[in-house]
Design a protein around this ligand. Sequence first.
Ligand code: MRU
Length: 351
Amino acid sequence: MNFESKIKTIEWIDNISRMIDQTILPYEFKTVDIKTAEEMYKAIKDMIVRGAPAIGIAGAHGVSLAAIELAKNIKDKNDFIKALEEKALYLKSSRPTAVNLQWAVDKQMQLAKSINTSNVNEIVCALKENGKKLENEDIEINKKIGDYGAQVVPKGATILTHCNAGALATVGYGTALGVIRSAYAKDPTIKVFADETRPRQQGARLTTWELTQDGIPTTLITDGMCSYFMSKGMIDMVVTGADRIAANGDTANKIGTYTVAIAAKYHNIPFYIAAPLSTIDISIKSGHEIPIEERSKEEVTHINGNWICAKDVNIINPGFDVTPHSLITGIITEKGILKPDFTHSIKSILV
Ligand code: MRU
């Protein structure tokens, strides 16, 4: 049985948001039930749920949870919307880089404001339904991304990926790993190299866990090894996910992606981004405007709770970097593969 058909990474069930706890994988598999907007804020911030599309759905569920709570005490529609706006802003502030969070929370708020009713309970019902709808659509979108992406995977290719853009980063199936899943279904001779992805090790902990469960041959390498294997002719293609894509195609993704893209360009290896259209932020012209999350020093100084460096060394820990559009071969979306000039192809697909 495929991993992606067993369980959703995040799912709305009976007024709670149930999610896989990604902080303890691959050692333990457990789900966590999130019952309030405050719990959701913490779950996103602490990366119990992570990955741009998954935190988008978490944000949508967070708005539904906030609405359920507020409707217990606020019956006036205007007061209710005002209080919900505050909760929406709070949820959006949990992580700054992935635009899917803002996108999904804004979708919920647009819906809440547009419903023609004075009964706040009707708004709550609509938000719950819409959160569930966005959740289900995410899987469909990823399967389309997978199908388009599989068309550009060469026969028998070895594909390098960075971080985790799999079922765990989405509701199911994955974006970059969705491309790999769809390609593997057609050609079981393809193989994957997964970067470890320091400091949170999403590649080692999550990508290898997901792919090996699906029986997809996967080799784990550390982040510094990609150029070595490229120079040996052992990588045919790179595909990664994205957290935010600017109007010119510049793409923010997990720290280290930029290095992989430079190495791929040098070795003449195609470098693809796989992401839903909700990851494109048309409001920003270039990657310079993408806010980069700075995460805690402990992510760098510790591994599994153990110090790994001198105690008084300086630490900087940006969670993401921006790959300039000039290094990107194509952006695989649910509506097709965007090619350079990205300013033009992005604009035409979004209208
Ligand atoms: O910090 P994370 O784990 O939430 O970051 C996620 C990523 O950057 C992934 O690489 C991914 O490509 C984006 S989500 C499909």
